[in-house]
Design a protein around this ligand. Structure first.
Ligand SMILES: [Zn+2]
Length: 321
């Protein structure tokens, strides 16, 4: 099946080397009231420069699964794709209840939400004519920061909406699950009830969980694992992420995709939390996997075939190729 990129359709085989979870821009709801110093042209130029750098390192495609309320900007993404030559796929869907999930979406039913998602996947986002190519879901708050650290009824409703939009369109689902309280299994339980094909489901942010039972449960059910936060050291060190990755690869699991969850452009003023995260994470950018992680995998004996599987073949298969 064909894939919606921000510049039109492509086929799964066109994806080639794909970073499965990065952000061009992101802000927490309310950022729009704090945009006084924002220079769109300057930010776009910075993003394009970073995208050109990874193009030079062999990256072809990028998924930006920004939920609809965290600063998703289809036109910015289209300009960035056009100027850089990187294929970009953006998302429909909402963030978790603790940090996002617009009130309107809280107040409508799962089929109404699914209808909105399907419209964004088949007709376009707002009046832009630019279509989403993937469906985002998110569960769980942030332990120690938000009170809401269990999967919630509203999050389950959004999972059902995502499942129904997936079945109606074939688009894959990409799931955010907080590392300290990850609900990947519960997410799959809801999708199973809804009859979703797990080859279309990526359980994200798994690299920071560090729990083999969690990994085996998800992989044995046929879903994909996202090792998609390389470089965010305060959440989990790269050493820990790599220890899990080497272990899984060594025993024959390779239904894994790689990324950084890096953000090029922060919307609204930089918060203290984001500032500290960036300071403690010198390698948190789009190029870290190409420059450092893949060479480390090679040094550790991981063959080219497995590296290619995680970066090229798996994204193709996940998108229906
Ligand atoms: Zn993200």
């Amino acid at each position: 099946m064909s894939i919606n990129t921000v510049l039109g359709k492509c086929e799964p085989r066109d994806l080639n080397f794909t970073l499965i979870h990065e952000h061009l821009m992101a802000g927490m709801p309310g950022f729009e009231f704090d945009m006084a110093g924002f220079d769109r042209k300057r930010e776009l130029a910075k993003v394009v420069e970073q995208l050109k750098e990874i193009k030079g390192l062999g990256v072809n495609s990028m998924v930006d699964p920004c939920p609809m309320e965290l600063g998703r900007d289809p036109e910015f993404a289209a300009e960035a794709a056009e100027k850089s030559g990187i294929r970009i796929i953006i998302a429909t869907g909402v963030y978790n209840e603790a940090l996002g999930y617009p009130m309107h979406m809280r107040m409508i039913g799962p089929d109404d939400m699914a209808e909105i998602y399907v419209r964004e996947l088949t007709e376009g986002i707002g009046k832009t004519g630019i279509k989403a190519g993937i469906i985002k879901t998110a569960t769980g708050g942030v332990p120690g920061w938000t009170n809401d650290t269990a999967i919630t009824k509203l999050e389950i409703k959004a999972l059902r909406a995502a499942a129904r939009a997936q079945k109606a369109t074939g688009a894959p689902i990409l799931c955010h699950n907080n590392e300290l309280a990850p609900f990947g299994r519960e997410t799959l339980d809801v999708f199973e009830e809804e009859g979703v094909d797990f080859n279309r489901v990526l359980i994200g942010h798994a690299c920071g969980v560090g729990n083999m039972r969690y990994y085996f449960d998800i992989l044995n059910r046929g879903a994909w694992l996202g090792f998609d936060r390389f470089g965010i050291e305060p959440i989990a060190s790269d050493k820990m992420r790599l220890a899990s990755l080497f272990g899984l690869l060594a025993v024959g699991f390779d239904r894994i995709m790689l990324s950084h969850d890096a953000v090029s452009c922060w919307l609204g003023r930089m918060t203290k939390g984001a500032e500290e995260m960036i300071k403690a994470s010198p390698n948190w950018n789009y190029s870290h996997i190409c420059k450092n992680i893949i060479p480390t995998l090679r040094q550790g004996g991981v063959g080219e075939e497995k590296i290619r599987r995680m970066t090229v073949d798996n994204p193709r298969s996940y998108f229906g190729g």
